[in-house]
Ligand binder design. Structure first.
Ligand code: GLA
Length: 382
């Protein structure tokens, strides 16, 4: 799939610009194994970059003009990165937002022309927007000789999303797209941005189960959860819920209203589960990882209230399969994907059976991906 996409953007560049591109940039989507709604609480996450990505074939220009064709959207973005940047809509906002964030941080940017295409499904919770942001950042860094440092670029891409696009996301999606390691998940400390690569055991497979549900109100629900977490942190007198442990929570949680108490309980438990899961994965203890994933789902469903019926059905069906160690909803929630950890030799049968049973139960056709953990954003000569 990836090689075909790479060839496609290179060929289309020839067709549109009448010459060969100089470079090809690539940035992956992600799936989070465990640790949801913890990143904006300065907590821990355990995502991996997946073998689905956004690719951009490009050549740099000497002026400030950016011209980029999106094959996925049948659209072209054109703007002068050395002039006053204006807003647009849809996919273009991510490209413009990254240019804005880089320029705002003091980089002198050059223009470029390129062709972009990707195979991260849109709106499924696999971070197609972070992939587009980081691929764009890779292109600008290369065209403008900005040194590439994954955490800094992830922060700039997050800033583009927070301040230019207007989505109040945490750092997880941008950092894993920037810094992913092939064959590994990354335990990320979202306060220090320190990462630890944790090998995915070769006898286990990570399977993404897209419920084919989407929810429009994600942004407002997401922001509401975030505000509640911040209110809880203020109540405990700490910078972020990361700083509250079980003892402090148990001693003082009674003073919180019921909803805020549950939201905080999820975050505090999830931070612990995520660190335990990373340690278990490291020693190849996939059963423990699976159990922690199951507990994570229950907490996201009951305490954080970001699951939905179709996600719950998918997770239940997945767990009933012999080869499944554990399953949970993944990402922001309200729709989109679940993730399962399964025995590698059972992965294909698991994918087929789970898809069939889900379709019978819910009446929607799911998409199922057996994912390989891939490397973060890269650029190489075309
Ligand atoms: C979205 C956000 C992330 C993170 C997850 C939930 O993917 O972009 O920053 O908060 O939701 O874990």
């Amino acid at each position: 799939m990836s090689d075909a996409l790479r060839a496609r953007v290179v060929n289309e560049f020839h067709t549109r610009f009448g010459a060969a591109p100089e470079f090809v940039a690539r940035a992956p989507g992600r799936v989070n194994l465990i640790g949801d709604h913890t990143d904006y609480n300065d907590g821990f996450v355990l995502p991996m970059a997946i073998d689905r990505a956004v690719w951009i074939a490009f050549r740099s220009r000497t002026d400030g003009e950016v011209v980029v064709h999106s094959l996925d959207f049948g659209d072209v973005a054109e703007f002068d990165v050395q002039g006053e940047l204006s807003h647009s809509t849809g996919w273009q906002e991510y490209v413009r937002g990254v240019a804005w964030a880089l320029a705002d941080a003091g980089s002198t940017l050059h223009g470029w022309e390129g062709v972009a295409a990707g195979d991260v499904p849109l709106g499924a919770g696999l971070s197609s927007s972070a992939a587009l942001e980081l691929a764009t950042a890779r292109v600008f860094a290369s065209a403008s000789s900005v040194p590439w440092a994954a955490p800094r670029m992830a922060l700039l891409a997050q800033r583009a999303e927070n301040r230019w696009v207007g989505v109040n996301c945490g750092i997880m999606d941008q950092l894993i797209s920037a810094a992913g390691v092939a064959g590994h998940a990354l335990l990320i400390d979202c306060r220090s941005l320190a990462t630890r690569a944790v090998v995915v055991p070769h006898d286990a497979a990570v399977v993404v189960l897209d419920t084919a549900t989407r929810r429009g109100l994600v942004d407002s629900e997401y922001n509401e959860r975030r505000e509640r977490c911040e209110a809880a942190a203020r109540y405990f007198g700490v910078k972020a819920l990361r700083d509250v442990d079980d003892t402090m929570f148990n001693a003082r949680a009674d003073g919180l209203d019921d909803v805020t108490r549950r939201r905080a309980r999820h975050v505090i438990g999830e931070n612990l589960r995520t660190r335990l899961a990373a340690a278990a994965l490291e020693r190849g203890d996939v059963k423990t990882v699976g159990r922690l994933m199951d507990e994570s789902h229950a907490s996201l469903r009951d305490d954080f209230a970001v699951s939905r019926r179709e996600l719950d059905v998918m997770v239940t069906i997945a767990r009933e399969h012999d080869g499944c160690y554990g399953a949970r909803m993944t990402g922001a929630g309200f729709g989109g994907c679940a993730v399962a950890l399964v025995r590698r030799d059972a992965a294909d049968a698991f994918a087929r059976d789970t898809a069939q049973r889900y379709e019978r139960a819910v009446g929607l056709v799911p998409a199922v991906y057996v994912c390989a953990a891939s490397a973060g954003a890269s650029v190489e000569p075309a």
